[in-house]
Design a protein around this ligand. Structure first.
Ligand SMILES: O=C(O)CCC(=O)C(=O)O
Ligand SMILES: [Fe+2]
Length: 223
């Protein structure tokens, strides 16, 4: 399931990150790709340093406080934030993300990939995130601060930027519930809880749905 969540970063946070990106240093993104993705990865990435630490903290905190991302993804762990830049003619061709990231003592299964858009979509052409799912190609270009979370086991690509610059923050998440179909059931129940609560308050139906969702998490969660 794909989740698009607007304004995960508020406008002040987007502005703060954008201003830090002006002085941040970037390296060739091919450095962090697997051998086959490297063939098609043409972008830049912020290198570690004080700017990186500050903007990564802003993104991580925004991710943690997003009720929708937390309830939909049920994160167990997340990678450090990666900042991608696609300048004129840069792109990231079709690839599948590395399934297990990090090293032996600190590894994360990449169940879900998140892109948080950092630029006004009017300020650049191209740069659509394209995700192939169920035989359909879906294109996304969100407002600055908006996040898309999609299954990392999909083939996806970023189309060439033909004007301006596209900056984005990327996080990979290992979910407590690795099966996307189970996560969808839990997400539907979460929405049903909200609907019932709005209509009836904390009724006995609400309590039963809450209990079912909580107990399904107990059955399925790996923590
Ligand atoms: O820039 C993006 O939106 C996605 C980048 C991506 O697919 C990756 O870094 O693996
Ligand atoms: Fe990717």
């Amino acid at each position: 399931m794909i989740h698009c969540v607007p304004a995960v970063l508020n406008p002040n946070e987007v502005a703060a990150i954008r201003s830090k990106l002006e002085s941040a240093s970037f390296a060739d993104g091919a450095g962090t790709a697997g051998w086959s993705a490297r063939e098609v990865k043409r972008n830049l990435q912020v290198t570690s340093g004080p700017e990186y630490e500050q903007i990564a903290r802003i993104v991580r905190e925004a991710f943690m406080r997003s009720g929708e991302l937390q309830a939909a993804l049920l994160p167990a762990r997340a990678t450090p934030v990666l900042f991608n830049r696609y300048a004129q003619a840069m792109e990231y061709g079709p690839h599948v993300d590395t399934p297990v990231m990090g090293n032996m003592s600190n590894s994360i299964r990449s169940d879900i990939a998140i892109t948080i858009f950092l630029c006004d979509p009017q300020s650049y052409d191209g740069g659509e995130l394209t995700v192939f799912m169920n035989g359909i190609s879906n294109q996304f270009k969100l407002e600055a601060g908006g996040a898309i979370a999609y299954p990392a086991n999909t083939l996806h690509h970023v189309t060439p930027v033909t004007r301006g610059v596209r900056d984005a923050a990327i996080i990979w998440v290992q979910s407590q519930v690795r099966d996307p179909a189970r996560r969808e059931v839990l997400w539907d129940l979460e929405n049903a809880k909200h609907e019932i609560f709005k209509r009836e308050g904390k009724s006995s139906s609400f309590d039963l749905i809450s209990k079912s969702r909580a107990n399904l998490i107990r059955m399925w969660a790996e923590v």
